[in-house]
Design a protein around this ligand. Structure first.
Ligand code: IMP
Ligand code: ZN
Length: 353
């Protein structure tokens, strides 16, 4: 049908990306550029899961370890952050919340603080260098890695709070909780997340990404996170599912990522988001997770998700606009974004509908 939202339509559509991990988002070009400068290692070639391939969750996390061996200094963090912002801008992303785990790297002297400074420098530099072209608003969510200690999580939150204040709440707008879902007990990280809440930082929390985490999910939900990352197994558990439905906590949905890490069936129409959308009109936000590792783009994710629901172009446009309700930025930014969507509608779609 001519009115269905195909890939070309999704490529031109203005979009919001709320679930992108910096190091998992490095394009092939960025990675190769960095590799050409240093000693090459064959294992670097295995940081991308190609079309039709799948990996276990454990293998996926091995890829992050390899990427972390490449992104080792503040200069490289600035460079890759700018590259990733450029990639999203070229894919017609108008607002991006980039999440990334600050790391200490002994060999280069990089600290969590200089890592975060580097991400923020890149966001500011990108803005200065692209004033009128490729307009994209970018915010940073420092990530808590659940495979590291709770003390490290507290350190990350403390820095997030400090940088949020020093940028007048305009750049660091929340904290992400992520990392290998099999590592540690997620509930142990509730105190640092509560600390973030007290500092007026929003919370985006990965949960129920793998099966058998009902108790942990229940406890994490008591935090009433602003958004849930994946939440793959929540719809199977009435106790937790009802909280999410009642509070209308938005789900960040990353279809290709889930398929390639074998946590959902390969058939897109069987992905859990179809249940949330079709049965409950629940807020779901389409995201890429790790566009580099999973060889995808936000346009591609939209075309898959819209295709699974059989959405028309108008419905897909409304869905991408709906994501504005769930960004962590201030009210002025939200109004500006809504204007961008309305302008796009008037010049591109009004005549067709
Ligand atoms: P970085 O934080 O920019 O280094 O991005 C990579 C990191 O994001 C990984 O080491 C994980 O901690 C986290 N991450 C990326 N994808 C996922 C996911 O699907 N589930 C949980 N954590 C993830
Ligand atoms: Zn994620």
């Amino acid at each position: 049908m001519a009115d269905l939202a195909d890939l070309k339509f999704c490529q031109e559509l203005p979009k919001i990306e709320l679930h992108a991990h910096l190091n998992g988002s490095l394009s092939d070009e960025t990675l190769n550029k960095l590799l050409r400068r240093g000693p090459t290692n064959n294992s670097y070639a295995s940081t991308i899961i190609g079309k039709g391939e799948r990996r276990t969750m454990q293998e996926g996390f091995e890829m992050f370890r390899i990427l972390h061996e490449i992104v080792v200094s503040p200069e490289i963090v600035v460079e890759v952050t700018k590259d990733v912002i450029t990639d999203f801008a070229l894919d017609q992303v108008k607002y991006l919340e980039l999440r990334s785990t600050p790391r200490n790297v002994l060999s280069s002297g990089m600290t969590k603080r200089s890592y975060m400074e580097a991400v923020l420098t890149a966001i500011q530099r990108y803005r200065e260098e692209n004033e009128d072209r490729c307009r994209i608003d970018v915010r940073y969510l420092p990530s808590i890695d659940r495979s590291k200690s709770v003390e490290e999580a507290h350190e990350t939150v403390k820095l997030a709070e400090e940088f949020s204040l020093s940028t007048n709440g305009n750049l660091v707008v929340g904290v992400d909780f992520s990392g290998n879902p099999h590592a540690n007990d997620g509930a142990d990280y509730i105190p640092p997340m509560m600390q973030a809440r007290r500092a007026n930082l929003h919370l985006a929390v990965h949960m129920a990404e793998v099966e058998g985490k009902k108790e942990e999910t229940k406890k994490l939900l008591e935090l009433l996170p602003d958004r849930i990352g994946h939440g793959t197994f929540i719809s199977n558990e009435p106790g937790v599912r009802d909280v999410v439905l009642k509070k209308r906590i938005p789900l960040e949905v990353c279809v290709t990522s889930n398929i390639k890490t074998c946590t959902v069936p390969e058939d897109h129409t069987k992905h859990h988001f179809t249940w949330w959308r079709q049965e409950h009109q629940h807020p779901c936000i389409v995201g890429t997770d790790d566009k580099g590792i999973f060889a995808t783009s936000l346009s591609n994710e939209y075309s898959i998700a819209a295709g699974a629901l059989g959405l028309s172009r108008r419905e897909t446009f409304n869905w991408s606009k709906e994501a504005i309700d769930h960004v962590f930025a201030d009210i002025d930014t939200k109004s500006r974004l809504r204007q961008t969507w309305d302008d796009y509608w008037k010049s591109n779609l009004e005549v067709d509908t």
